[in-house]
Design a protein around this ligand. Structure first.
Ligand code: CP
Length: 336
């Protein structure tokens, strides 16, 4: 596969809004190429000899494993630094920590709460910094989601992409802006009290104007899912919001993704996406607690949809690794 290569060398990856459509689509296409190379055992050690810091203030399965395996495949050494391992903002300022890490590592991944922290790391470390999730954005997730869409439909432009649920969370923000950036028909469907923030909607509208995409924010499920190519949902309560369960269950129950909603699209080829982890059964202690306290056996998606032919959630999870690999290779790698 021949790719036109935008120069992203040295650039941090903090949010979709910092990239042009061509750059963002290039990362998805590069991920497709790297995925193909991995499947065929073709070496792609674009980060030979590099050292990568993986900073995690929150737990993670997919993002941590994706960065770790991607580093190894690219020939780099990943060093995991959990919330109790370094002094980031506790006994040492973020600025000073960034300067120290930048002297030792060639690139830094950060997962945490405040978006400002990842921005400060990028500002002061002098090396590329990659956002593994903050309260505001989850851009490496968007890349994996859009790679999954492209694998299923062969394109991104004009795809009717519906996000149903908490419209204010980081995943919704990223999908809204990212979808508008690449020219999708993005629809956020949530109760009015959980509509995305005005500045995020305005940003998405600006991008949609340039890309030929479309942005719809609605509380009406039937209107949102009509003709949908992809239906996406996320947990109703994000990490750090555990006191909001009762309120969110009441607000979001009408937005649960069930087979009736899939059928409402009128599109037998519609795909179901979820960034995971998902609460679709009682096979977790978390799920069992929710069942004991609120009586629910499944939350944002029914087990039937989760396990159906429409569900591409495990392709999506795998694609985290290929897309994260593309981000690191493009911003730090020797791509010749
Ligand atoms: N989707 C996602 O970010 O998964 P993890 O929390 O497991 O990294």
């Amino acid at each position: 596969m021949l790719l036109t290569i935008p120069n992203l060398y040295g650039k941090s990856f903090l949010a979709e809004k910092d990239f042009t459509k061509e750059e963002f689509v290039y990362l998805i296409d590069l991920a497709m190429k790297l995925k193909d190379e991995k499947k065929h055992g073709i070496p792609h050690r674009h980060l030979e000899g590099k050292n990568i810091a993986l900073l995690f203030e929150k737990p993670s399965t997919r993002t941590r494993c994706a960065f770790t395996v991607a580093c190894t495949d690219l020939g780099a050494h990943p060093e995991y630094l959990g919330k109790d391992d370094i002094q980031l903002g506790k006994k040492e300022s973020i600025e000073d920590t960034a300067k120290v890490l930048g002297r030792m590592f060639d690139g830094i991944e950060f997962r945490g709460f405040e978006h400002n922290k990842v921005k400060m790391l990028a500002e002061h470390s002098g090396v590329p910094v990659w956002n593994g999730l903050t309260d505001l954005w989850h851009p490496t997730q968007t890349l994996a989601d859009f790679l999954t869409v492209k694998e299923n439909f062969g394109r991104l432009e004009g795809i009717k992409f519906v996000y149903v649920g908490d419209g204010r969370n980081n995943v919704a923000n990223s999908l809204l802006v990212g979808g508008a950036l690449v020219g999708m028909d993005v629809r956020i469907c949530s109760p009015e009290s959980l509509f995305p923030a005005t500045e995020i909607v305005e940003l998405a509208q600006e991008f949609a104007k340039q890309s030929g995409g479309r942005v719809t924010i609605t509380s009406k499920v039937e209107e949102a899912v009509a003709g949908a190519d992809a239906i996406y949902t996320d947990v109703w309560v994000s990490m750090g919001e555990e006191d909001k369960f009762a309120e969110r269950i009441e607000l979001l129950s009408p937005y649960q993704v069930k087979m009736e909603m899939i059928e409402m699209t009128g599109n037998d080829k519609v795909i179901f996406l979820h960034c995971l982890p998902a609460f679709h059964d009682l096979e977790t202690s978390y799920g069992k607690n929710i069942h004991a306290n609120h009586g629910l056996t499944e939350m944002e998606v029914t087990d039937e949809v989760f396990r159906s032919k429409h569900s591409k959630v495990f392709d999506q999870a795998e694609n985290r690794m290929h897309t994260i690999k593309a981000v690191m290779a493009a911003t730090l790698g020797n791509m010749e």
